[in-house]
Write a protein that binds this ligand. Structure first.
Ligand SMILES: COc1nc(N)nc2c1ncn2[C@H]1C[C@H](O)[C@@H](COP(=O)(O)OP(=O)(O)OP(=O)(O)O)O1
Length: 167
């Protein structure tokens, strides 16, 4: 049986730039990524997204300014856990990004992303995000560097997707 754990992942955008954080510890250490983490018990996914963004780089956002653009599922050979990752973006935020215990934030031009130091799936699905698509992706990994197989498909609406899925 596979245990499902829900995570958030938030991308902050500004004109042609995207804010990434260099993960200083834990899962995904030494990779650039958006900001996010586990949804705590009794916490809504949106509240978790806002909390993790603030804890990891000091920015604040309003619930209504977060756009849910993707649902990603990650599995790793030999691991009984499926990471169910809800991806959000926003270009409305308060504050200036600051380094925290977990992340070192930096703005990148969207055509100059450090893909060699990011999760390998990002090369596959970032283009969907930059085209403002809604999408579902499922990636099966062997270790943390090799994608064994994946599926990705565009969605008409995230709401419809979650209703059909029964979430
Ligand atoms: C496998 O491919 C992945 N790609 C991308 N882009 N992001 C991923 C991938 N796998 C996981 N993530 C994201 C999902 C979350 O945003 C973080 C992992 O969260 P973390 O383990 O750091 O959760 P926290 O609650 O912050 O953990 P601790 O406070 O216990 O350190 O990575």
């Amino acid at each position: 049986m596979v245990l499902r754990k829900v995570y958030t992942l938030v991308f902050v955008r500004k004109e042609n730039q995207i804010l990434l954080g260099y993960k200083k510890r834990g899962f995904g250490m030494n990779k650039w990524n958006g900001f996010g983490g586990k949804v705590e018990p009794n916490e809504s996914i949106l509240d978790a997204a806002i909390r993790e963004l603030n804890e990891e780089c000091g920015l604040t956002v309003e619930t209504t300014d977060l756009k849910n653009l993707a649902h990603l599922e990650f599995t790793f050979t030999g691991e009984p856990v499926m990471m169910d990752c809800r991806v959000f973006s926003t270009n409305i935020f308060n504050g200036t990004p600051i380094e925290t215990e977990e992340m070192l934030p930096r703005w990148f031009q969207i055509d100059q992303l450090p893909f060699d130091n990011m999760w390998p799936d990002d090369r596959i699905w970032f283009p969907y995000m930059f085209k403002n698509k809604l999408f579902y992706g499922k990636f099966n990994f062997n270790g943390v560097d090799t994608i064994l197989n994946y599926k990705i498909r565009e969605l008409e609406s995230m709401e419809e997707y979650y209703n059909e899925k029964g979430d």
